[in-house]
Structure formats: structure tokens, C-alpha cells
Ligand binder design. Structure first.
Ligand code: T4K
Length: 369
């Protein structure tokens, strides 16, 4: 058996549970286009996430991309480069201009002290990212957005099930876009969702994920095909039953990592956010070579030699992608650059054994000077 440890491993329900959930499809032959599983999952997610409105999508990327389209935005969108390719791409693919704000070096989310200076008369929206499940400074973002009448679309891909001050994270901003990809805390194989405030936005999202079809004889927008199918929705319904337990198991893994790595010179761990109910999505570690004694690359290689595959989420920064042909100046986001060159996200999933965590930390700690 291959005993490689990868950065994560998809959660899956018991196969019989899934078979039970999909059985009715062999009678109904209803496989997609907002069928009963889709509708049931929407309802259950609203209650689980503590939100009033939700639309499901094929993936988190289309959730983001179609939300920007649905808002009919034009001009500049302020965002951060310390994220997955998807965030920036959705802005560019909508014909909008990303303007990169630096990140806070402790939470790795948008540094709100640097936000206001980036606002111009072309700014139409802010797209902050709750990186690794760390909640952005939502109060300050809200204050600034109101002052300048800007839309706020959160990339909430990493924050499934989290709350801030007791409120579901999907209730902040005008919209929050979640990813239900196989690698996420909650998965529908591939999938995503938008939670939103204004019901009219929901109507547009519904149409845009279905080609822009408004009625039997009317197509009112140039939409896409981004509907979650019934098999994915069924996977979501099964996984949802176990997600609380999965998060509790992740918490135990994270606590074990912290026992080993907390307080080690040259190692920065994810900051604890006191008013956040965390989902323990990722375990990022920042290695300061000069203090720790080894570089991120050396740690990565030492782990890889033992079949442990950590990942550099998020390196390179999106504002350095060759796709953008040098259009953006990375010197404008120095904190993001600093962190992205030093971060390694360690393996984390519900069934990762504590012995494996001990082993991983043992390899890392051997490398300190
Ligand atoms: N915004 C943010 C901030 C995001 O992080 C993402 C996605 C999005 C937006 C867009 O959401 P989606 O459109 O993806 O729903 C992975 C995921 O594909 C991606 O969803 C995720 N972020 C990103 C951070 O990570 P890769 O290229 O690292 O995936 P991959 O194939 O290398 O998988 C990583 C590990 O996961 C594997 O080593 C093993 C495990 N795995 C993977 C797959 C595909 C499984 O256990 N099962 C699987 O089926 O991007």
C-alpha cells in the first residue's frame, strides 16, 4: 500500500450511505438542472451555514465568476494576491481590473490599513479572501465599503461552517463564495455556493448558472453552465451529516501540530482568532530561515524524502503569474511576498493519525539550528 501522506485527503461518506442517497435517481432519471437533491442540499446548507439565501454551483470558481457578472460591475476590484489563481482570474475574466492590496502578516488576509489608499473613482468592489479560514476584518471592510459605496464579495472558499461573533461567515458582505471541492473541509466532489444578501442577486445568479435563461422563451443574459448536478448534491447531503465530526477530528490534529511547533524560534503559526469558530481547514507554517536554521525549501525536501507532500499554498503570488505578462508590481505587496516565499501548508485531514503528525513534526524539528 502506498503510504505517501499528501497535503489533504477527501472526506467520503460510507459507500452504502451514498448509494441510499442516489437510489431514487434510478426511478426519477432526474440527474441535473436543479433537481430534488440540489434543492434539498440548498435548504440544508442555509440552515447549517446560518444564512437566508444560497445558490449552488459546479465549483467555487464559477460561484465567484458569476457573482461578479451578476453584479454588473465595471472598473477596478481591490483584492489580494495571496490566494489561489481562481480569485484573481474571476476578476480578469469579467473584464475587470484587479488592484492588489497587501495582506496582514499575521492573519494573511487583506490589510485594511492599506485599503482606503487604493480606492479610486474607478473602484467598484472589494474581493477579500478569508485565507486558510482566517476571517478578514469584516467590520472595517464593511465600514469602508459603505463610505465609498462599494460592493463586497468575499472569497470564502476556505471557511465552510465558520462563524464570527456567532454569525455565519456567509452573512458578511454582499455575497460570499464557497468552494466544495474534493480538497475542502466539506465537499460535493466538485462544487461551490454563493450566499448573498439581496434576493435580486439570487435571481440573476440562478439565471447565469443556467445560460442566462429567464423563461421558456427568453434568454436575458449571456450566462454559463454552472449547475451542480444531482450526484454532487447527493455527496454533499451525505458529507454534511458528518462534517461536524470531521471538524472536531481536524481540531485534534491541529492541536497536536501546535503542541510540537508552538513557540519554536523561526516558526510562525496561524494566529488564533478569538471570536471565530474555526473549521481547521489548513495548517500553514512560516519558516524564517535565518532564525529557524533551515529554509522552506529544505523543509519541503526533507518531508518529501519521507513521502510527505506539503504544499506551498500560496506561492507564487497571483500578481506574479506569467499569464499577466508583468502587468502588476509585486513590490506593492511586500508582506504577501514575504509570507508566500516562506509558507508551507502541512498535511491536514480528519483521519490523519497523531503518530503521523508526530513523525512530520519530528522531521521538521530536526532541521532547526
Ligand atoms: N478561492 C480560493 C481561495 C481557493 O483556494 C479555491 C480553490 C478557489 C477559490 C476555487 O474553488 P474551486 O473552483 O476549486 O471549487 C486545490 C483545489 O483544486 C482547489 O479547489 C483549492 N482552492 C486549492 C487550494 O487546492 P491543487 O492544484 O492543489 O489540487 P491537487 O489536485 O494538487 O490536490 C491537492 C491534494 O488533495 C492532493 O495531493 C490529494 C488531495 N486530493 C485531491 C483530489 C483532486 C484528494 O484527496 N482527492 C481529490 O479528489 O488545488
Amino acid at each position: 500500500m502506498d503510504d505517501t501522506i499528501l497535503v489533504t485527503r477527501s472526506s467520503m461518506p460510507d459507500i452504502d450511505e451514498y448509494m441510499d442517497e442516489i437510489k431514487s435517481m434510478w426511478e426519477s432519471h432526474w440527474l441535473t438542472n436543479m433537481g430534488p437533491e440540489h434543492q434539498k442540499l440548498q435548504k440544508e446548507l442555509c440552515s447549517f451555514l446560518g444564512v437566508e439565501n444560497i445558490e449552488l454551483f459546479t465549483n467555487g470558481h464559477m460561484a465567484l465568476e458569476l457573482t461578479l457578472q451578476a453584479m454588473g460591475l465595471q472598473g477596478e476590484v481591490i483584492t489580494t494576491p495571496f490566494t489561489f489563481a481562481s480569485t484573481t482570474h474571476t476578476i480578469v475574466r469579467n473584464g475587470l481590473e484587479p488592484v492588489f492590496c497587501d495582506i496582514d502578516p499575521v492573519t494573511f488576509t487583506l490589510d485594511t490599513d492599506k485599503l482606503e489608499n487604493l480606492i479610486t473613482d474607478r473602484t467598484c468592489a472589494i474581493m477579500p479572501v478569508h485565507v486558510y479560514g482566517n476571517i478578514c476584518n469584516v467590520e472595517e471592510i464593511d465600514r469602508i465599503a459603505r463610505k465609498y459605496e462599494l460592493k463586497v464579495i468575499y472569497d470564502a472558499a476556505h471557511t465552510f461552517g465558520e462563524t464570527y461573533k456567532g454569525k455565519g461567515v456567509g452573512s458578511f458582505g454582499d455575497a460570499s463564495c464557497f468552494s466544495f471541492h474534493a480538497t475542502k473541509v466539506f465537499n460535493t466532489i466538485e462544487g461551490g455556493a454563493v450566499t448573498y444578501r439581496d434576493k435580486r442577486l439570487g435571481e440573476k445568479l440562478y439565471e447565469l448558472k443556467n445560460f442566462g435563461i429567464h423563461g421558456p422563451e427568453e434568454v436575458s443574459a449571456v450566462g454559463a453552465n454552472a449547475k451542480m448536478n444531482e450526484f454532487c448534491a447527493a455527496m454533499g447531503l451525505c458529507n454534511l451529516k458528518h462534517v461536524e465530526e470531521e471538524i472536531s477530528k481536524r481540531k485534534i490534529v491541529v492541536e497536536r501540530y501546535r503542541e510540537h511547533l508552538e513557540g519554536i524560534d523561526g516558526i510562525q503559526l496561524n494566529a488564533f482568532q478569538p471570536e471565530v469558530k474555526s473549521n481547521y481547514a489548513y495548517f500553514p507554517v512560516i519558516f524564517e530561515e535565518k532564525i529557524f536554521g533551515s529554509s522552506r525549501a529544505e523543509v519541503f525536501d526533507a518531508l518529501a524524502e519521507q513521502g510527505i507532500i506539503a504544499r506551498k499554498y500560496f506561492y507564487p503570488l497571483t500578481n506574479t503569474f506569467s499569464a499577466f505578462h508583468g502587468k502588476y508590481d509585486v513590490r506593492e505587496t511586500p508582506a504577501a511576498l514575504h509570507i508566500s516565499k516562506r509558507v508551507l501548508t502541512l498535511p491536514l485531514y480528519a483521519d490523519l493519525s497523531l503518530e503521523d503528525v508526530d513523525h512530520i513534526c519530528g522531521i521538521i524539528l530536526k532541521l532547526r539550528s
